[in-house]
Design a binder for this molecule. Structure first.
Ligand code: AMP
Ligand code: MG
Length: 521
């Protein structure tokens, strides 16, 4: 045990029943929400990157960050006093099918930190070794996927998207063997551990597992513990409290997915075990960012056939996932009406967000029904013209409303052929849009500033992450640090960083890691 000034109360362990067996032996865990298990030590933990602003929020000062204990604790080789590691039990629907017990197979929570400001944060290592839920896998994570999770969680936070955070990225000094495309070509890769941070990592699947086993007592305990810890604003008791709770989960999920659609994020594996009940983006695996606009695009090669988790269907998938959660929670309700109300709240909230985002992205004071049509037409043009989503939206704020010209969109086109094919239609659309924005009557400076707060310049383009990963695998972390720095302020133009806001280069079009990612991380 190392000492620190951090305070842990590990309420999850106290509020919920645990597995009587300790250690990582594989097993079915019933009647318990967690299993005690220690991280497996690694050969040579080295701090590769950390989030200074999150560290500060957690009350971690320079003494702690600079100490030799920090990489040891966040690589899994030591604990601070008060930490009590556990892995959580959960199940899930994967690609539409019930998969039974899953659980934290390579994530180990170190403890729940309570800050001087009274905030609660669970600290969780991803890639910390085997647990009872590892199902025959190694419990480890490779550097490439850890960099992707580290960078993207922080980037999403700075974009204003609800997400789990990432405190640290620690290289383990151990090799991890992965067959990246499941094609019989395994190779040894450097291993890493990310410490991710959230008020709670409870998932839809945390409730589905006891429900699937008819364990209503554990289901109720989980619901009560979740409400007491993570939804303290819900007072009262009994059925009405559960009703408001489920309603909030539905609303928060709608808000989260609307943000994904606003910034062009594709989660890639929206299984119910990867859906947070707090409405946070969780489990960054084969995610991706839309570049040439295509609602049917998915970055996940494991899903290439069915394309269940493509960009355009994320709202529908979130709704389907909520219906799975509703079914799991049904035993806590006397009838299904409150659950239907919650699901309706998802639809209403999503529709409200869609309108607010349309107004914000177009720089309008409010969104009318016609503006929704304007948006649908614009998205169709982005697709037909193969325009870069981020660049095209951002360019609209530079449009001269009195003389709208397609020139502002020049940098967004991936090919001259596609540009030429849509040019007349784009010109017409720009006229329509300019007329609408002029009629809105906003002062141009205010309008532009508002649009620039809704349309980022810098997102974690798949090939940018891949470039940083390839450098890091050679021991050069400069690319990771630069991206981390730039993505802290994604809505502001940063001189000298133009190449980080550029269209995907041709070499990245079909390259592994850039347009194709698998779950094997
Ligand atoms: P994911 O697709 O990453 O959400 O993972 C689905 C399930 O597989 C979860 O229960 C994970 O904990 C587990 N899992 C994924 N990768 C590993 C691994 N390398 N070792 C152990 N369990 C894993
Ligand atoms: Mg997962």
């Amino acid at each position: 045990m190392s000492t620190s000034t951090l305070q842990f109360d590990n309420r999850f362990l106290h509020d919920l029943p645990g597995d009587p067996v300790e250690g990582p032996a594989l097993r079915e865990v019933r009647g318990a929400a967690w299993s005690k298990v220690m991280p497996t030590p690694v050969a040579a933990p080295r701090l590769l990157a950390y989030s200074p602003e999150l560290a500060e929020r957690l009350g971690m000062g320079p003494d702690l960050l600079d100490s030799a204990d920090f990489p040891r604790v966040f690589g899994g080789n030591a604990l601070y006093a008060g930490m009590q590691p556990w892995a959580a039990a959960y199940g899930g629907h994967q690609f539409g099918h019930w998969a039974g017990q899953l659980g934290d197979g390579r994530a180990i929570s170190l403890g729940e930190l309570v800050t001087a400001q009274g905030e609660r944060w669970e600290l969780q290592l991803k890639g910390a070794g085997r647990t009872p839920y590892s199902r025959g896998a190694d419990g480890r994570a490779v550097l490439r996927s850890s960099i992707r999770e580290f960078l993207c969680s922080e980037a999403m936070h700075h974009l204003g998207v609800p997400t789990t955070r990432a405190l640290s990225l620690v290289g383990t000094g151990d090799a991890v063997v992965r067959d990246m495309f499941y094609d019989g070509h395994p190779r040894a890769e450097p291993g890493a551990v990310v410490c991710r941070v959230a008020p709670s990592f409870l998932r839809f699947g945390s409730f589905e597992l006891p429900a699937s086993r008819g364990d209503i007592e554990l289901l109720r305990q989980l619901a009560d513990a979740c409400i007491a810890r993570d939804f303290p604003e819900l007072d009262g008791a009994g059925a009405s409290r559960y009703t408001r709770w489920f309603g909030l989960i539905c609303e928060r999920t709608a808000i989260m997915v609307a943000h994904w659609m606003r910034v062009g994020f594709v989660h890639g594996v929206m299984n119910t075990d990867n859906m947070s009940v707090l409405g946070l983006t969780i489990d960054y695996g084969p995610y991706g960012w839309v570049e040439d606009y295509d609602p049917d695009w998915t970055p996940n090669t494991t899903d290439a056939q069915g394309r269940r988790y493509r960009f355009g269907t994320q709202p529908q998938v979130a709704y389907w996932n909520l219906t799975r959660l509703a079914q799991a929670l049904a035993p806590l309700f006397e009838d299904a009406a409150p659950l239907h109300e919650g699901l309706a709240a998802f639809q209403a909230t999503y529709a409200r967000c869609e309108r607010a985002d349309t107004a914000a992205k177009f720089g309008l004071l409010a969104c009318t029904d016609d503006d929704l049509v304007l948006m649908a037409d614009w998205r169709q043009l982005l697709q037909d013209g193969q325009m870069d989503m981020t660049l095209a939206f951002r360019a609209l704020s530079a449009l001269d409303l009195d003389m709208p010209s397609v020139v502002v969109l020049e940098a967004a086109f991936y090919s001259p052929e596609h540009r030429d094919a849509v040019l007349p239609a784009v010109q017409d659309w720009l006229q329509r849009y300019a007329a609408r924005a002029r009629a809105d009557g906003q002062d141009p400076t205010t309008r532009r500033a508002g649009m620039d707060r809704a349309n980022p310049i810098y997102v974690l383009r798949n090939w940018l992450a891949q470039e940083a990963i390839e450098r890091a695998e050679q021991g050069d972390l400069e690319g990771v640090h630069t991206l981390q720095q730039v993505l802290r302020d994604p809505y502001t133009e940063q001189p000298g960083r133009e190449h980080l806001a550029a269209r995907r280069p041709d070499w990245a079009r079909d390259k592994a890691g850039c347009s194709m990612l698998s779950c094997s991380s």
